[in-house]
Design a protein around this ligand. Structure first.
Ligand SMILES: NC(=O)C1=CN([C@@H]2O[C@H](COP(=O)(O)OP(=O)(O)OC[C@H]3O[C@@H](n4cnc5c(N)ncnc54)[C@H](OP(=O)(O)O)[C@@H]3O)[C@@H](O)[C@H]2O)C=CC1
Ligand SMILES: O=C1O[C@H](COP(=O)(O)O)[C@@H](O)[C@H](O)[C@H]1O
Length: 500
């Protein structure tokens, strides 16, 4: 039975309190934590936007949106009474110096409660908001600021944002979100690697032939088209989520779970990433963009049509919706073991997994029977679990037939609990003041340096996205990327995540 530990009283401001992120992730997450009685009676949640709406109108809107998203009757009348009593709205243009005193007046005047400023807005507003908070004398040693991803659009803009926020807040007060770090199964990577003595001796170039990290989505850019067109899959998914996953699987064992021990190991991986040069970019990266296709027996439009519907003419489209990269880590542990990264929208299904392909046995004593090298598959979503394929003898008299069989651990079979959404965990960690699951400044900036170089070289080499049909596993070139190295992508079979 999960134990829900209450957090200290707080005032939480959500800048962008009426936006898509607040609506779909933050407010539901806060409701669920309140349902489990983790908030004190006097804690406040203040949504900020330019909309001229009263507290009551905000409460009504939050009720409507939770009711719409939750299962029937999930909004419980008693919990709602408690939750709605803490909701406020403040109309404020974050680009203006006016109105900050009104926001301050909503807070506990004694500054006794933890203050959290959650910036669910474009990152161009992060610096100005930090400055306004400072000028309005709203920041003290107990304040924390949460920055949504992406922090900046490239290395220079990320540095500018970090400088501006860092001029007001200490690094220890800044929580840069990558919601993948809040996923239960991503944390389970640490448990698997460092809670078992079995794997670590094999976790290196001598035993691992290559690694694959796939984050596949069946959804398209949809109603976030304009954001997506400015961003593209490399900036949207690889710069943060995929490089964080890479860090967690490739890093050296940290001395403890202390946030700086883990971050110090992650940054070493980012610094050891082999730069992708103009000469190598066409060989080791793939850009793709989906055309119309069929997913789950349903026809879906192509990216160009979504863009036209959003009022962005197709001759202006630039973003890739799929990226594959052969990444290499130049250090003792991983030299010569490539990490293939792949992410895309409108792929056949939502699925994230990390596959460790081990080397073949050095010599077979079983004649000419083919022996499949062992494979460890860590499934992150939607099903969570671990699968290890092993060679075994087929039962029966006569002959000695070898077969590859999976050893499966499905977490949902082992633990009868509902996993909280990543944002629930991350919000609670902010309220508790534990930055372990958030990114440090140097991680963000080093990741951008690696990514910027790829983008610059795409431009220099005029590499355009190659088309793939929605519902397929990406462009042909992505298959060639691995085929050239005599490897293949492991795509899960429908149903449970058996890599095939
Ligand atoms: N949506 C998602 O799934 C995810 C979003 N993110 C990131 O989170 C951030 C927010 O995204 P999202 O919620 O989708 O964006 P939306 O455009 O849906 O919402 C933006 C919010 O900010 C408010 N806002 C915008 N400009 C101002 C301003 N000048 N002053 C005051 N309020 C302002 C808007 O209200 P109003 O216009 O009324 O002022 C609205 O509440 C982005 O950086 C995005 O990249 C990250 C991961 C996932
Ligand atoms: O940050 C983002 O992540 C989502 C995918 O998150 P998941 O938890 O559903 O795997 C992605 O759709 C979005 O484009 C991106 O901004």
């Amino acid at each position: 039975m999960a134990e829900f530990v209450p957090v200290d009283p707080f005032d939480l401001v959500i800048f962008g309190g009426t936006g898509d992120l607040a609506e779909r992730k933050l407010l539901p997450a806060l409701y669920h934590r309140d349902r489990d009685e983790q908030f004190s009676v006097d804690s406040l949640i203040i949504g900020v936007s330019r909309s001229e709406i009263s507290d009551d109108e905000y409460v009504t809107w939050v009720h409507e949106t939770l009711t719409k998203q939750f299962a029937p009757n999930e909004v419980d009348p008693d919990v709602w009474t408690r939750f709605s009593a803490r909701l406020r709205h403040q109309c404020l243009d974050l680009k203006s110096a006016d109105g900050w005193a009104d926001l301050d007046a909503k807070f506990d005047p004694e500054h006794e409660r933890v203050r959290v400023f959650y910036l669910a807005t474009a990152s161009s507003l992060f610096g100005p908001v930090a400055q306004q908070l400072h000028d309005a004398d709203m920041v003290d040693a107990r304040s924390r600021i949460v920055l949504e991803k992406p922090v900046g659009q490239d290395y220079p803009s990320a540095c500018a944002v970090n400088d501006a926020v860092g001029a007001v807040f200490e690094e220890s007060q800044i929580y840069r979100i990558d919601h993948y770090l809040g996923k239960e199964t991503v944390q389970n990577l640490l448990a698997l690697r460092f809670g078992n003595s079995l794997f670590e001796p094999l976790w290196e170039r001598g035993a691992v032939e290559h690694v694959q990290i796939t984050v596949a989505e069946d959804l398209g850019a949809g109603n976030r088209f304009e954001f997506y067109e400015r961003t593209g899959a490399l900036r949207d998914m690889v710069q943060n989520h995929m490089l964080q996953l890479l860090c967690l699987v490739a890093m050296e064992p940290p001395a403890s779970m202390h946030h700086d021990d883990i971050r110090n190991e992650k940054i070493k991986v980012l610094r050891a990433l082999k730069p992708i040069t103009r000469a190598s970019v066409d060989d080791v990266t793939v850009r793709g963009r989906y055309t119309a296709g069929i997913i789950d027996d349903t026809p879906v439009p192509g990216y160009e049509k979504e863009g036209r519907d959003a009022g962005v003419p197709s001759d202006e489209h630039d973003a890739e919706t799929f990226v594959a990269i052969k990444a290499e880590i130049d250090n003792w542990r991983w030299n010569g073991t490539p990490f293939y990264l792949r992410t895309g929208k409108r792929l056949p299904r939502k699925m994230s997994q990390i596959v460790f392909q081990f080397k073949a046995v050095p010599h077979s004593i079983f004649g000419d029977q083919s022996l499949e090298p062992n494979r460890l598959v860590m499934s992150l979503q939607p099903e969570e679990g671990v699968q290890l394929t092993l060679m075994t003898k087929e039962p029966g008299p006569g002959g000695f037939r070898m077969r590859s069989l999976p050893l499966n651990l499905h977490f949902s079979d082992a633990f009868a609990v509902n996993y909280p959404d990543a944002y629930e965990r991350l919000l609670m960690e902010v309220l508790r003041g534990n930055p372990a699951l958030f990114m440090r400044r140097d991680e963000i900036e080093t990741a951008w340096q690696w990514i910027d170089r790829i983008i610059d070289n795409w431009h220099a080499e005029q590499i355009q996205p190659e088309e793939y049909m929605a519902g397929s596993w990406g462009p042909t070139k992505s298959f060639m990327l691995v085929d050239r190295d005599r490897r293949r992508w492991f795509n899960p079979a429908p149903g449970r995540n058996e890599a095939s």
